[in-house]
Design a protein around this ligand. Structure first.
Ligand code: NAD
Length: 237
C-alpha cells in the first residue's frame, strides 16, 4: 500500500513543491489551502492529490479537512506542517493583533494539524511529522520579530514532540529553510534578494523544490533513525 501524506498550505510555494515531489515519488497526497481554490484545484488535477479548503487558524476546519483526507486516502503516515505567513514590521509597530495572527497561523496552525493527525499515528504506533520553521527562527530577524518568534517556537514544539512521541514510533523533525524563491519573498525588492543571494555561501537563493526534497527525505523511511532534528536548508547562510 502506498503511503499517504497530509500537507498544510499546499496551493503554492514550498507546499505546492511538496505536493509535486511526494506525488512523483508515489505517495498518495492530500493538501489544505486557505483561499486559492483555482490554484489548488489545478495542482490537484496535475498531481492526482486531494485539495481541501481549510484555514489553519480554524481548528474545526482543520479537523474536518483531516477527516475528509482520511475518508479518501486513509489515515496519512506523514504530516507536513507547512502553512505559514510572514510580515515585516518594526517591533514598536507590532500590535497584539499582529502577534496573535502570526502565532495563530504559524504556531497554533501547526498544533491544530498535529492534534488532528496524531490519534491515528498513536493508534498505529508509526508516523512522521515535519514542521517548517525558518533560518530566522534560529538566528532572529530584524523587523520580523513576531515571525522569527513563531518559527523559534516551532523548533521547541518539534523537539518536545520528538521526545514525547518517539516511544510511540513517531518521528518529528523540522526543516529550517533559508531564503527561498516563493511568493513569501515578493515583499522584498530585487536588490534585497540579490544581496541575500550574495550573502549566501552557495551564491543564490533556494528553490521550493529543494526544500520539498528535504521534507520528503525526513518523511521517508530513509530517515528512519532521525528524530528531533532541525535541518537547515539554507545554501550555507
Ligand atoms: P507562500 O506564501 O508562497 O506559501 C504559504 C502557504 O501557506 C500558502 O500555500 C498559503 O495558502 C498557506 N497559508 C497561509 N496562511 C494560511 C492559513 N491561515 N491557512 C491555511 N494555509 C495558509 O510561502 P512559502 O515560502 O511557500 O512558505 C511555506 C512555509 O515555508 C511557511 O511556513 C514559511 O514560513 C516557510 N519558510 C519560507 C521561506 C522562504 O524564504 N520562502 C523561508 C523560511 C521558511
Amino acid at each position: 500500500m502506498r503511503k499517504a501524506v497530509w500537507i498544510t498550505g499546499g496551493s503554492r510555494g514550498i507546499g505546492a513543491a511538496c505536493v509535486r515531489v511526494f506525488a512523483a515519488e508515489g505517495w498518495r497526497v492530500a493538501f489544505t489551502y486557505r483561499s486559492s481554490a483555482a490554484q489548488a484545484e489545478k495542482l490537484a488535477e496535475e498531481t492526482g492529490a486531494l485539495a481541501v479548503c481549510a484555514d489553519a487558524s480554524d481548528g474545526a476546519a482543520v479537523q474536518a479537512a483531516y477527516a475528509q483526507t482520511c475518508g479518501r486516502l486513509g489515515a496519512p503516515y506523514a504530516l507536513v506542517c507547512n502553512a505559514g505567513i510572514a510580515e515585516q514590521k518594526m517591533f514598536q509597530d507590532l500590535t497584539d493583533a499582529d502577534w496573535q495572527r502570526m502565532l495563530d497561523v504559524n504556531l497554533l496552525g501547526t498544533v491544530r494539524a498535529v492534534r488532528a493527525a496524531l490519534p491515528d499515528m498513536l493508534h498505529r504506533k508509526n508516523g512522521s511529522i515535519v514542521t517548517v520553521s525558518s533560518m530566522w527562527g534560529q538566528y532572529g530577524a530584524s523587523c520580523e520579530s513576531h515571525y522569527a518568534a513563531s518559527k523559534a517556537a516551532l523548533i521547541g514544539l518539534t523537539k518536545s514532540l520528538a521526545l514525547e512521541l518517539g516511544p510511540s514510533g513517531i518521528r518529528v523533525n523540522c526543516v529550517a529553510p533559508g531564503v527561498i524563491d516563493t511568493d513569501m519573498n515578493a515583499m522584498h525588492s530585487e536588490q534585497t534578494m540579490r544581496e541575500l543571494a550574495d550573502e549566501t555561501p552557495l551564491c543564490r537563493i533556494g528553490t521550493a523544490a529543494e526544500i520539498a526534497d528535504s521534507i520528503l527525505y525526513l518523511s521517508s523511511d530513509r530517515a528512519s533513525f532521525i528524530t528531533g532534528q532541525v535541518l537547515g536548508v539554507t545554501g550555507g547562510l
